[in-house]
Design a protein. Sequence first.
Length: 550
Amino acid sequence: MAEYSVLVGGQAGDGIRQVGSLIAHLFSSLGYRIYFWDDYPSLIRGGHNFSIIRASDRKIGAYTETVDVLVALNQTVVEKHASKLKPDGLLVFDSDAVKANGLGLPLASLVKQAGGKPIMRNVAALGAIARTLGLEWPTVRALVQAEVAKQTDLNLKIAEAAYNQAGAPRLRVEPLASQPLPLIGGNEAIALGAVRAGLKLYIAYPMTPSSNLLHFLAQNDQELGIVAYHPENEIAAVITAIGGAYAGTRTMVGTSGGGFALMVEGLSLAAASESPVVFVVGQRPGPSTGLPTYTCQSDLFFILNAGHGEFVRFVVAPGDPDEAFLLTGLAMNTAWKYQIPAFVISDKNLSEGSFSFEARGDEVTRQEPLAWGGKGNYRRYERTVDGVSPLAFPGRQGAIVKANSYEHDEYGITTEEAEKTVEMQDKRLGKRRYLVEEVERLKSVKVYGDATAATALVTWGSTKGACVEVAEDLGLRVIQPLVLDPLPSGQLGAALAGVKRLISVENNATGCLARLLACHGVVANDKILKYDGRPFAVDDLRKRLGEVLR
């Protein structure tokens, strides 16, 4: 197996994420499959930032604790990460700022001599890394020209100076026969899946790790044919989304746990008014502010139970950008088909990470909801067999379109009559039966590894990346539910057939998925939990799994 891991670190303001992204694109251009994790504190400048870029000849979704190349732009990187370097690995450092054994280059001096800014040490580091990996300069030059938009010529000059000073190659990275794949982050995949399914209005108040979903859509709004709107707070965001849905516009809101807490009353309004709104909730550690720039999977029960009253919702949890693209499209179409709120649960690892992307654009299309035929008096909440009422929107000739947060009759007129109350609640809740049947027809549960193994890992979201790799190496089974509400009990039962030992692997402290499965009669024998704000590393999970199976 051909595989390389590079860790590059410094402080906030050193351009660590940018150089990490450049390294990832460098490997990707050679046919490697990429996983890219960006670790940073909630600081504008200072602190300790680092990025891990892992490149492999097979699809991957997690990093390893050990690295082949360690790049240090300050002394802290050496102090914190030198132990992760493989015995035959290479330490590359800025000798103007770091004292260590390895390949030291005066990166700060090179930048100053070229007339560059201090942040340009990052492209100097890129040049040095490329040389140590045995890559040809034209490959590096093409990458910088494609990915560095500002002061490209100066950045090229600095990168080439460092490349030439790095000396002879220490490693030799060979191009693969595989075709390069695009690199994409989870938030970008969510955005594109929503657009393919008809998104026209995205509303969000920035909150890590969902902020760059807003940035991406705002930067590409004209090309994508959408409006990205940043209101004054999360309450305004959800109310605007409901208004957009009422007018016939496909809407989506994005936030994290604290922001979603402010949206909960609006969620219940969407349910009562049968307004199809998609919520993207990017998880991070709590409670309260917690670790605002790190990852976790602890909001599952919050999302499953948020809102007052009883109503149907649809909840999906993608594990990589391919799934994020497909499942967001599914969430959008499902929200409009059943006129219910739908959720895409992400986490910082998926939302802000970068991965090789294999999904095809034509795998997601816009599906049209049930439309009013235009005959008779329009009843917005007409009772039907499946509970789904024909849709008309304001401005439609012959239709008076009412929306109501109070209990109401078929026309949308407020009522407190007992009989009407039961009718409308039965209408709304009756959708669940048909939604459950549809979920069972979809591919709602995935199985990886040895599908006949008696020991299985059950996981959700981005933790699937580490689980799949470890399971394939050890001959285990991995079960990943993609839809969490309604839980696809039939498919889950089939996936669990023959399992004697079930181990829940999750990025939280209480085993959220394990608790949900227990509610459905499926009990995990063991739990492997990680809740320090960091995702599972492959070698760490392998070690912890060995301890459990001992």
